[in-house]
Design a protein around this ligand. Structure first.
Ligand code: GLC
Ligand code: CA
Length: 546
């Protein structure tokens, strides 16, 4: 069994796995996944052999005490565990059990807002002269009684809620149950930094940082300008340009201060949830003298602007890759994900012609073949699709006004039993109709799960794929391809055919061998100069002698 090696910058070569704790594994039959359940499934994630997935780190969506207005993204105590998930003692055991297997643990840090039930907010709202009043953003109504400015909440409606008791509005970028912290107040900064230290001291290896791009707004809180491209019927939150409350310039300085807290502890990593253009994302990395986040998520394979899903189309993928390669500073690297708990799952996004599962196979070679720290979302490795949730079972509070995220949060499908191996009780969200599951794919060499396992374990063997530079190859409308190379090791070419016809991919070397393919029968084939890709298929080919 591997033990945790202390190596700076372990995250550069890591493959990470996002767990939505409610939905991974229930251990006590209440239908809600929990930490004890995750502990039981660690061998699936990495038992040190290629029979397991072989991931290097897990990120847990929030496990803190919370009224669950936004399923944990409304934190009522940053330094404890919600009883649904376990206790601090369970978390300690989980961290230890992970470390014994060489798995690092990232938690989710939610700095932009707390729950309205957090003691800080309860104090803050209790009176205008409470010492914590200024921990949140309170403003007088306009003379006509309306909110202080025109900002809209990400979940719809105004970003302000009037508080009868003290006669002022408070700001909330998300739900009214998620009041925004005032990061201009040094006491807030100090208290929040201490929550990081609390977990670092318990051995946590890093954090995914929730909507970090919103923590600092323009100090005067001016109205946002209207979005000229917005049309009635489009999502309300895009009706204005988020000039003054998103990726506002002061955020970048604050991120560097956050980074310094990470640097108080060895080998910790900060991964930001950020949105924006490639350059806006890249800015979060800071510079070598004054680094910001170690990694900033790039969600452009999911959506680029607004909410439209990114098409699976070679020129689009090529543009996203090229932009990331161009903009992310050389001292770090991109960080891609194809799925997360906020968006429709990959298989469903690309299933208009019923071939989403084929594309999901090619996506494995894309995600793991890029120069990046990849994040896999639980269930992605077995091709879980969105589950249609009947109205009476819907749980996501954003469902009325925003995107309805329940379909991508349904319980992990471990087997075909009534509880799907997830629970002995009634699951918090329905399983949906028959679905791919781990048991049926385990050991089937043609399954998606085994393709993920092969790709991840192969990546461990091929240092050019883990850390080589990326050079783009000439590509056309059907194929996007690139080469990963590192001095002294064989180069690896990656080619993805996004068309439904076979296609030829040129190789950057004279002779090569297919080491990984969406169609397993092609693995081992020798290729000279080029390789023929199956429809919607993909290959990794390694440079060979001669
Ligand atoms: C992030 C989370 C999302 C949450 C929101 C508010 O976007 O991923 O689930 O609702 O922040 O915290
Ligand atoms: Ca449980």
């Amino acid at each position: 069994m591997t033990v945790l090696r202390s190596s700076g910058e372990w995250w550069r070569e890591a493959v990470c796995y996002q767990i939505y704790p409610r939905s991974f594994q229930d251990s006590n039959g209440d239908g809600i996944g929990d930490l004890e359940g995750i502990i039981r499934r660690l061998d699936y994630l990495n038992d040190g052999t290629p029979r397991s997935l072989g991931i290097d780190a897990i990120w847990l969506s929030p496990t803190y005490p919370s009224p669950m207005a936004d399923f944990g993204y409304d934190v009522a105590d940053y330094c404890d565990v919600h009883p649904d998930f376990g206790t601090l003692e369970t978390m300690d055991r989980l961290i230890r059990a992970c470390h014994q297997r060489g798995i690092r643990v990232l938690l989710d840090w939610v700095p932009n807002h707390t729950s309205d039930q957090h003691p800080w907010f309860l104090e803050s709202r209790s009176s205008r002269d409470n010492p914590k009043r200024n921990w949140y953003v309170w403003r007088d109504p306009k003379p006509d009684g309306s909110p202080p400015n025109n900002w809209r909440s990400v979940f719809g409606g105004p970003a302000w809620t009037f508080d009868e008791v003290t006669g002022q509005y408070y700001l909330h970028s998300f739900l009214a149950e998620q009041p925004d912290l005032n990061w201009r107040n040094p006491e807030v900064e100090r208290a929040m930094f201490d929550t990081l230290r609390f977990w670092f001291e318990r051995g946590v290896d890093g954090f995914r940082i929730d909507v970090v791009g919103r923590i600092l707004k323009h100090p005067e809180l001016p109205d946002n300008p209207p979005n000229p491209e917005w049309r009635p019927g489009d999502r309300e939150r895009f009706s204005q340009l988020w000039v003054y409350n998103h990726n506002y310039s002061d955020v970048y300085a604050e991120v560097r201060r956050i980074r310094r807290v990470f640097d108080e502890f060895p080998d910790r990593v900060a991964v930001g949830e950020v949105f924006g253009t490639p350059d806006e994302i890249a800015r979060y990395y800071g510079d070598p003298q004054e680094p910001g986040l170690h990694l900033a998520f790039n969600f452009h394979f999911i959506h680029e602007r607004g909410h439209e899903p990114t098409p699976w189309h070679a020129p689009v993928l090529r543009r996203i890759i090229a932009n990331a390669e161009r903009s992310v500073p050389e001292f770090s690297q991109p960080c891609f994900a194809l799925n997360n708990h906020d968006r429709s799952r990959f298989v469903s996004r690309h299933d208009a012609d019923g071939r989403g599962r084929e594309r999901a196979r090619a996506a494995v070679l894309l995600l793991l073949g890029l120069r990046n720290t990849p994040f896999i979302y639980y269930g992605e490795e077995i091709g879980m699709a969105d589950v249609e949730i009947p109205p009476e079972r819907q749980r996501d509070p954003a469902r009325f006004r925003a995107i309805g995220r329940d379909p991508a949060r349904t319980p992990m499908q471990w087997d075909a039993s009534p509880g799907r191996g997830f629970t002995t009780g009634e699951p918090w969200l329905p399983f949906g109709p028959e679905s791919p599951n781990v048991a049926e794919q385990d050991g089937d060499p043609d399954s998606l799960l085994e393709l993920y396992r092969r790709a991840i374990w192969l990546r461990k063997e091929l240092s050019s794929v883990r850390r080589g530079k990326l050079s783009a190859l000439s590509s056309d409308d059907s194929v996007v391809s690139w080469c990963r190379s590192e001095e002294g090791t064989p180069a690896v070419a990656v080619a993805i055919n996004t068309s439904a016809e076979p296609a030829i991919a040129k190789l950057p070397f004279t002779r090569g061998r297919v080491v990984l393919c969406t169609n397993r029968a092609m693995e081992g084939l020798l290729a000279s100069g080029s390789v023929e890709l199956p429809p919607l298929g993909a290959v990794w080919a390694i440079e060979t002698e001669g």
